[in-house]
Design a protein. Structure first.
Length: 205
């Protein structure tokens, strides 16, 4: 795709939502593009579900562009630490599994060293500037990469995903705030919210 004209608006919107341009955001944009092309328009309700296997930058673009969002409950996060995204269209019963290729995120040694310095806050102003430039350059490369170099797209059998359900709320005996019944902790038979329960028991597991 061309990252500097028509799609520029998609990129700009994504940067505005996410806060910066980075390689991960670019991957999220590319994944969303495939999903909208293959599975249809952005989800207004729960007709489409995303199952994401990481919670990094790309998921912000996916939420913004596909309409599969944390708040609607049609974004399922499996904490597997993998660059894999599965989308299910419940209306057509079609599902896609998209995995990002190993070398898509490859960066040169200088970029990696700068990243380490920025992370442990030892980078100078000039190094931080150079890092930002390299990060944006890598992001633009991902936006322009041919699809088959970037990802593997497979049609899969849609797995059943539970619809977001509305639960009853119960009041915590300590703070008196309502808590969804499935998240209640019982202590001597009394209803507690998780923060109050953890404060009382010193247990934060
Ligand atoms: Zn980012
Ligand atoms: Zn409470």
């Amino acid at each position: 795709m061309n990252s500097d004209n028509v799609e520029g608006s998609v990129l700009e919107k994504s940067i505005r939502f996410h806060g910066h341009q980075c390689p991960g955001l670019a991957v999220g944009i590319r994944v969303s593009e495939v999903v909208l092309r293959e599975l249809g328009k952005p989800a207004r309700d729960e007709e489409m579900v995303a199952i994401v296997e990481n919670n990094s930058c790309g998921v912000d673009a996916i939420q913004l562009l596909t309409g599969c969002t944390f708040g609607k409950g049609n974004l399922v996060f499996n904490d597997f630490g993998k660059s894999v995204y599965t989308f299910i269209n419940r209306e057509t019963n079609k599902a896609l599994r998209i995995s990002i290729k190993k070398d898509a995120y490859d960066t040169d040694e200088e970029h990696r060293n700068l990243f380490a310095k920025v992370r442990d806050k030892s980078a100078t102003e000039a190094e931080r500037e150079l890092f930002t430039q390299k990060h944006i350059k890598k992001s633009n490369e991902i936006l322009d990469l041919p699809e088959d170099k970037l990802m593997i797209i497979e049609q899969v059998e849609p797995k059943p995903v539970q619809k977001a359900r509305i639960h009853e709320s119960l009041d915590c005996v300590v703070c008196n705030e309502p808590v969804m019944e499935t998240r209640v902790k019982l202590l001597n038979g009394d209803v507690h919210c998780i923060p109050c329960f953890e404060e009382l028991t010193g247990n934060n597991s």
